[in-house]
Design a protein around this ligand. Sequence first.
Ligand SMILES: [Zn+2]
Ligand SMILES: [Zn+2]
Length: 298
Amino acid sequence: RACGEVIRCPYCSVSMTLHGFSSKRLLCHYCGYSLPQPQICPSCSSQRLYHGGGGTEKLQEELEELFPNARILRMDADTTGGKNAHEKILSAFRNKKADILIGTQMVAKGHDFPLVSLVGVINTDASLYMTDYRAFENTFSLLTQVIGRAGRGDVPGRALIQTFQPLHPIINQATTQFYNDFFAGEIALRKNLAYPPFCHIAMLTIASTDESVLQTSTDMLSHIMRDVLMEAKEKSMIVFGPFESTIYKLRNTYRMKILIKYKNTRNSRRMLHTILSRYDSAGNGQSTLTIDINPGLI
Ligand SMILES: [Zn+2]
Ligand SMILES: [Zn+2]
């Protein structure tokens, strides 16, 4: 905390998160690498360490302090590793073996708990501001599902939503359950910005364990794409990038991405195919090229 240093995974360009109550370890969610929680800051040796990150574990600690007599269940990636773990947690909760169920988005989906009278959504803004063109849609459907969780039985229900943007239209439309308003706004936005369903997005990811190979390969791909676009005289295809991927380094591999917005026609599909096959035949085998159509995370 003294120097502001964040502990990062040595193999991925992401910060590591703290796991486990008794034996605390830092874990990388992307590659699984873990190490014991250090007692002092590795960069300035200060003993004042701050474990950031909201997270379900932190929430559980807080709730245990606030409601020392409540029986609490937690459902997240850590607690659902075992066989039938999901169902065990859910049925324990349904059978009144716990008073509070904490969970990631997985608890929102389609489970019916007649006795639940209060539901809370923590840190809604994280979902609202994901770098994903479907962030609003996902947030809207998450919130409407969660709100639907409370008050299913004879007990009247309430839902509390934590956000810094209480006036945000998506939050409003979700709390009032005005699906038509949400749809009208979202579809107009997608049309204006040329997002699916009004066009397709292809994300090309170039990856290599060697950063200089990655640079050469990215230049080569840009070059090939420029040629193919010029030859085909296709005007509906728009290229963005190259940029570094959202997680630039993953499992010791560096990644660059190029985004293409296009109308899904035979001509544009043929162009994508040409780009891929030219890259393959020009490649040096030290980098890989993958293509995702309308990827969830851009
Ligand atoms: Zn990692
Ligand atoms: Zn430090």
